[in-house]
Design a protein around this ligand. Structure first.
Ligand SMILES: *Cc1c(COP(=O)(O)O)cnc(C)c1O
Length: 404
C-alpha cells in the first residue's frame, strides 16, 4: 500500500487467527501479553532433536520470568540461568539448585551469599568477585560451586548485542582466566568450568557455528593452561528470532550438525566435559503476542493514528528503544482480521506523552475501529521484563500463559 512501511513476519502459529477476545476475557482485560506454551514446548523439542548428545539446554530467565511460564518450562530444560537474587528466588522455586547458574556483573555480597547457601553455580565476572565469593563461602563453611565467565577474544558476528572481543564489564579477559581458575582450585572451591557468552540476537547460523567453534577452541586452550578439564562449558546462545521484514529464522538443525562435528574434534582437555547452550529469546520470543485495545482513531497531517491502551511502557522493544537505531516494524495485525486485505495505512501508538511511543510506524492494515484489538507478535521475550512499566503511571500489562 502507498506509503506503508514493511512489517516483520507473523509467526506461522498465529497466522491463521487466534482467540484474542477469549484470552482477554480469561485474563480480565487489556493490555495483555499471551504466551502460547505449546509453541515453547515445540521449540525445546526441536532444539533437543537438533543438538548432539551431551549438550544441555538452559533457559536464560531474564527473557521471560513469568512464574507460570517458569514452572511450565522447568521440566523441559536442563538448567536455568539467572542474573540477580530476584531471578534466583524465582528459579529456585521451580528448579534444583545444581541446575541453576548465576551470571551478571555487580553481584552484591548478599546475592553471592544467597547463591552459595543455595548451592547454585556462580559465574564469576571478575577477580574481585572471586575474592568476595571465596571469603563468603569460607565464613559459611561451604564449598562454593564457582565457574568463570570468560570475556572471549572474539565476538559473535551479526549479533544485535555484542558481548565479546573488547573491553567489557562481562567476564574475565581470556588471558587472565587460567590464573584465576588455578586460584579457585587451590582455595578448595568446586570449580564448575567456563561460561562463554559472545552475543545475542544473531540470525546468522554460520556465524553462530563459527562462534561455537571459537568458544570450544578457547575452552580447550584455557583448560590446557590450567591443566584441568572443565566439568561444564557453557557455550552461550545468541540465537535470534525474526522481528523485521526480511529477517529469516536461524537454522538450528545446521547449527546442531556443525556443533556435533566440532565436538567430535574437540581438545582432549574437554573429553569429559558437559556442554550447555543457554537461550532466552529463541525459546519464548515467537510464542508471545501483545494485545492492546484501540482507544482512539485520529487523523493528523493526513496520517491515521490508532491509539492503543498500552505502549512502550509494556513493550519497549517494539518501539525500537531497546538497542535498535533505525525504527523498524515488528509484525503487527488487527486481531480478528488476520489475513484480511489492507485498507489503510495507520501508525499504532501507545498512550504515553512521548513521540517515542510508537509500536507500528505507517503499517498497512485492515481498518481498525475503536474497541478493536491490535496484536504485536514476536513479543514473548524482553516484553514486561525489559520495559519501563512505571513511566507515566499506567497500569501494568497482564500476562497469560495458554497451552500449558
Ligand atoms: C541475556 C543473556 C542470555 C539470553 O540471551 P537471548 O538473546 O535472550 O537468548 C543468555 N546468557 C547470558 C549470559 C545473557 O546475558
Amino acid at each position: 500500500m502507498n506509503g506503508a512501511k514493511a512489517i516483520g513476519p507473523i509467526p506461522a502459529e498465529f497466522a491463521n487467527g487466534f482467540p484474542a477476545e477469549q484470552w482477554i476475557a480469561q485474563a480480565g482485560g487489556t493490555p495483555l501479553f499471551v504466551y502460547d506454551f505449546t509453541m515453547i514446548a515445540a521449540r525445546v523439542a526441536r532444539l533437543r532433536a537438533a543438538l548432539p548428545a551431551g549438550v544441555d539446554v538452559h533457559f536464560a530467565i531474564k527473557a521471560n520470568p513469568m512464574p507460570e511460564l517458569l514452572a511450565a518450562i522447568a521440566p523441559l530444560v536442563d538448567g536455568m540461568d539467572v542474573a540477580s537474587a530476584g531471578e534466583l528466588d524465582k528459579a529456585l522455586g521451580v528448579m534444583a539448585a545444581q541446575a541453576i547458574s548465576f551470571a551478571g556483573p555487580g553481584k552484591r555480597d548478599a546475592e553471592l551469599e544467597a547463591a552459595i547457601r543455595a548451592g547454585v553455580t556462580i559465574n564469576l565476572e571478575s577477580e574481585g568477585e572471586a575474592v568476595r565469593a571465596l571469603a563468603i563461602a569460607d565464613r559459611l563453611g561451604v564449598r562454593p560451586r564457582l565457574a568463570v565467565r570468560v570475556n572471549p577474544d572474539f565476538e559473535l558476528r551479526g549479533s544485535g548485542m555484542r558481548m565479546g572481543g573488547r573491553a567489557s564489564p562481562f567476564g574475565v579477559d581470556a588471558e587472565r582466566v587460567p590464573a584465576l581458575v588455578k586460584q579457585l582450585i587451590a582455595a578448595g572451591a568446586d570449580w564448575q568450568g567456563f561460561h562463554i557468552f559472545s552475543g545475542s540476537q544473531s540470525l546468522d547460523s554460520a556465524a553462530i557455528s563459527e562462534s561455537q567453534a571459537l568458544t570450544l577452541a578457547l575452552a580447550g586452550r584455557l583448560a590446557a593452561e590450567i591443566d584441568a578439564g572443565p566439568p561444564l562449558v557453557n557455550l552461550g546462545g545468541g540465537f535470534g528470532i525474526p522481528y523485521f521484514s526480511g529477517d529469516t529464522p536461524v537454522d538450528v538443525e545446521a547449527i546442531g550438525r556443525a556443533l556435533g562435528f566440532q565436538l567430535e574434534r574437540r581438545s582432549p582437555m574437554l573429553a569429559n566435559s558437559r556442554f550447555a547452550i543457554e537461550l532466552g529469546r529463541w525459546l519464548v520470543g515467537e510464542a508471545g503476542v501483545y494485545l492492546a485495545r484501540v482507544i482512539d482513531r485520529k487523523e493528523s497531517g493526513g496520517e491515521t493514528f490508532l491509539v492503543i491502551d498500552g505502549g512502550l511502557n509494556h513493550h519497549l522493544a517494539a518501539s525500537g528503544n531497546f538497542g535498535t537505531v533505525v525504527k523498524r516494524n515488528y509484525p503487527v495485525a488487527v486481531a480478528g482480521k488476520i489475513g484480511a486485505a489492507p485498507e489503510e495505512v495507520a501508525s499504532v501508538v501507545g498512550p504515553l506523552c512521548t513521540p517515542l511511543d510508537r509500536l507500528g510506524d505507517r503499517v498497512a492494515l485492515p481498518k481498525a475501529e475503536v474497541g478493536n484489538i491490535i496484536a504485536i507478535f514476536a513479543s514473548g521475550a524482553y516484553g514486561p521484563t525489559a520495559s519501563p512499566s512505571a513511566f507515566l503511571g499506567h497500569p501494568a500489562a497482564r500476562e497469560l500463559l495458554v497451552g500449558a
